[in-house]
Each structure stands twice: as C-alpha cells, then as structure tokens.
Design a protein around this ligand. Structure first.
Ligand SMILES: *Cc1c(COP(=O)(O)O)cnc(C)c1O
Length: 437
C-alpha cells in the first residue's frame, strides 16, 4: 500500500489512568456555588445526587487518576479506537494539509459517550446505588448509560427531550433493548414536567428541562443517583482516554498536529481530545492550536457570557462558572441534538477564558454540506455533531491550500450518523433551514 491510513494500538495500550487538566491550569478554576448562600458548594450539597467516589473525581487536583480494571475490561470491547488519515478528503480538497481523525463511533452505542457512562455506572454500583436517573438529548447519552447500567446490573431511567423522543425512535429503542425506562421530557412523571406541560402542552423540551426532571426523580426515589453525560469535570476526566490514545497514534503516524478540532455541546468529546494536548502545551511548551466548533443557533462559547449560571431550567443544580446563553434559553430544534445545551463545561469554559482554546460557529446547512463531502470521500457517514468539526477542518485545509502550508489537522469524529439519516434526507432534499439563536 502506498499510503498508510489507519493507526491501531493494541489492547495493552488502553490508558491505565485518566488525565486531569485541572492541576495544569495556570490560573485555578472558580468553584461551583450554592445558589442560596453563594458560598462554594460543599460535598454535602452534591451528595444528594452523586455518590462520594464521583464527587471526589469532580474536585480532584490529581493530574492522573487510575482507571479501575473492570472499567478497562469493558473499554476493551471497543478501545483503543482507530486513528485514520483522511487521504481521499485531502485529495478532494486539493490541499497540502494532512487530515487525521480519531474515530469514537466504534463503541457499541456509536459515540464517545460510553467512555464516561461505563465508569459512572461502575462507581455508582461500587457505592451501592441501585438505580440511575439521567437526561438525554438526541439519545446518545441515554443509550450509552442504558448499556453501561445493564452491564453492571443497575436500573436506568432516562428523560429524553421530547422532540428527539418523537423524531428519533431508534435510540429510544436501543435504550429499551438495553433495559432502560424512557420518558419523553417534559413528562408527567415529575412535578416540574407537569408544570411545564400545564403551561405549554406542545413544549418540545430541552436538555435544561430534562436535567431538572432527572434530578427531581433522583431526589424523590430511594437508592437513586443522577448521572450527567457531559459538562462536569469528572466526565471530561473520563473522556481523556481519547486524547491520550491519539497522542500515541500520531507518533505512530510520524507527525504531530498543528491544530486539533472538536465539536462542543456540553464540551466532553472536545475536552477528551483536547485536554491531553493542552496539558502538553502547558507543561512541555508545545503550541498546538485547539478549536471548539458549535452551532450558530446555540452559540455558547462564541456568543455566551462567562458567568455563574444554573445547569438546568428549574434552578436545582449548583451554580457553575461557565459560558452560558442563560438557563432559560430554548435552543431551536436543529438536527444536532447533542449540541443543544445552554451552557458549557466549566473546564472548557475556563480554557477558553484563559485563551488556551479558540471557538467558532456554523449554520447547519454548511455542516451537512461538509458531512456529505466527508461521506462521499471517506465512506463514513458522520453524526451531525462531529460534522461541525469536519466543517472547520475543511476550512483549515482550504486555508492551507491557499497558503501552501503543509499543516497537520486532527479532529475527533465522536460518533457515526447511521441513526441520523432522517436529517440527511432533509438536507439532500433541499429542505434544511438555518434557525438563528
Ligand atoms: C453527546 C454528543 C455530542 C455533544 O456532547 P459533548 O459533551 O460536547 O461531546 C457530540 N457528538 C456526539 C456524537 C454526541 O453523542
């Protein structure tokens, strides 16, 4: 073969530790606050919804956290994930740039989400918890947690944003297959859901509302804790397996990235890829650029404000210092359900505020144009979320063509689009609209 395109690591190279960016930040993050007192939230404030072992990971300043062996054994079902070079996309763009992508769609749920679902189910099981409540947008997190709970013998209940519950039946069916209970949110199962439905029976839902419902369920049901699929520090920690593996695979490929790109909804897949690179920038004086890409209709990092805000609509979470569009922001119902969140991971937000990363946004028609070009050159049909990263990759590759630069571009292809084909149909039939925030 003239050109190597796939860089695989053996199972022995599944990371043994997660990497935590927190101790490497040049300025420490500001803590979550109790909404009543505006004092730093205590472990007790978090104990109502999370087990102690995960609270410890949420606040740890250790640079490396050991991955428990039962978690690595499940990771081994699909990890290490492949790194590929997109030579046919490079050719189509006639660019001197080299384009690499880390493919997280090989997990059983089809995205990066099981990287955190598995340890979250494991630690809850260790803590004696019998049932986990959660929310899901397009269904990627709900299906990942349903699978992980099933593997550890825990019950799982999922509040799924209504617009996805109705438009995306397949992920709901995956959750049923893995034994979870799924409610459309807003639902009749909680006080908050009933209140919203009384005001607006046609409410399509949002992640903020679904989070409120899952938290209410947690507080009211014995032996139940809450699990969040993005945003929080421990989720970014778990996702660091992505970037750690990629650093080794880029070494196999014999080059290093000039720019690393990922889509950002709550920030976890971006963090998972970017944070190990940011750590090397800070500790080893490297200067890899990092770029987070988001929808123009939910532009948290590019148009939001960095301030304390609630993580949910009902104002039940601690206040998090993050980029936010406001906790009552109702994002328009775009096809990238995973990117419809009003806030952003406090760690990713802090990195942005310190100038350690850049951010950019695109309208969804430009996203699907990029997704289709990728599918037609590389074969793989990406989920609409990582297609945001692909759009930015193509722009970078075109810039390189103009300047003649031999740039190396790396991105995280965090999920496949085989359950998002209805969105492709809308695009291909010329009916895709670009709602604005
Ligand atoms: C959930 C999800 C996202 C958005 O969440 P992040 O925490 O920002 O990663 C993006 N892409 C895919 C495929 C997802 O499942």
């Amino acid at each position: 073969m003239s050109q190597e395109v796939k860089f695989n690591l053996p199972a022995s190279e599944i990371p043994k530790e997660w990497y935590n960016l927190a101790p490497d930040f040049p300025v420490p993050m500001e803590p979550p606050l109790h909404p009543g007192t505006r004092e730093p939230a205590s472990a007790d404030d978090m104990r109502a919804i999370f087990p102690d072992n995960l609270i410890e990971q949420e606040v740890t300043q250790e640079r490396y956290v050991e991955i428990p062996e039962p978690v690595r054994e499940i990771y081994a079902l699909w990890r290490p994930t492949p790194l590929l070079r997109a030579v046919r996309l490079e050719k189509a763009l006639n660019t001197p740039a080299h384009i690499y992508y880390k493919y997280e769609g090989v997990s059983p749920a089809g995205s990066h989400k099981p990287n955190s679902a598995v340890p979250q189910a494991f630690y809850n099981k260790e803590a004696g918890i019998k049932r986990l409540a959660t929310e899901t947008g397009a269904g990627q997190w709900g299906s990942s947690l349903a699978m992980a709970c099933q593997l550890f013998g825990i019950e799982c209940v999922v509040y799924m944003v209504r617009v996805s519950f109705e438009q995306k039946p397949y992920r709901k069916l995956m959750m049923h297959t893995w034994g979870a209970t799924v409610h459309p949110s807003p639902s009749l199962a909680t006080d908050f859901g009933r209140k919203i439905l009384a005001e607006d029976p046609d409410c399509v839902g949002s992640l903020g509302i679904a989070i409120s419902e899952a938290i209410e369920d947690t507080i009211k049901t014995p032996d139940t804790k809450y699990a969040l699929g993005s945003v929080l520090n421990h989720v970014c920690l778990h996702q660091s397996v992505i970037g750690q593996e990629t650093i080794k695979q880029m070494e196999m490929a014999g080059e290093g990235p000039d720019i690393v790109i990922g889509c950002a909804g709550g920030g976890s897949n971006f963090a998972g890829m970017a944070f190990p690179f940011i750590g090397r920038n800070l500790r080893e004086g490297k200067s890899v650029k990092l770029l987070a890409v988001e929808p123009e209709s939910c532009p948290t990092l590019t148009k939001g404000e960095m301030r304390y805000d609630f993580g949910d609509t009902a104002e039940t979470t601690p206040l998090l210092k993050m980029y936010t569009l406001g906790h009552d922001f109702m994002p328009p119902s775009i096809h990238s359900g995973g990117l419809r969140y009003h806030g952003m991971s406090p760690m990713v937000s802090h990195a942005k505020e310190l100038g350690l990363i850049d951010a950019k946004s695109y309208p969804q028609s430009q996203i699907f144009e990029a997704a289709v070009l990728f599918a037609r050159t590389e074969g793989l049909v990406p989920a609409p979320e990582p297609a945001h990263a692909i759009r930015a990759v193509i722009d970078e590759a075109e810039k390189a063509r103009e300047s003649g630069e031999k740039k190396v571009i790396l991105f995280n292809l965090c999920g496949h689009g085989m359950l998002d084909l209805a969105a492709y149909e809308t695009y291909l039939s010329g009916n895709m609209e670009d709602p604005r925030a």
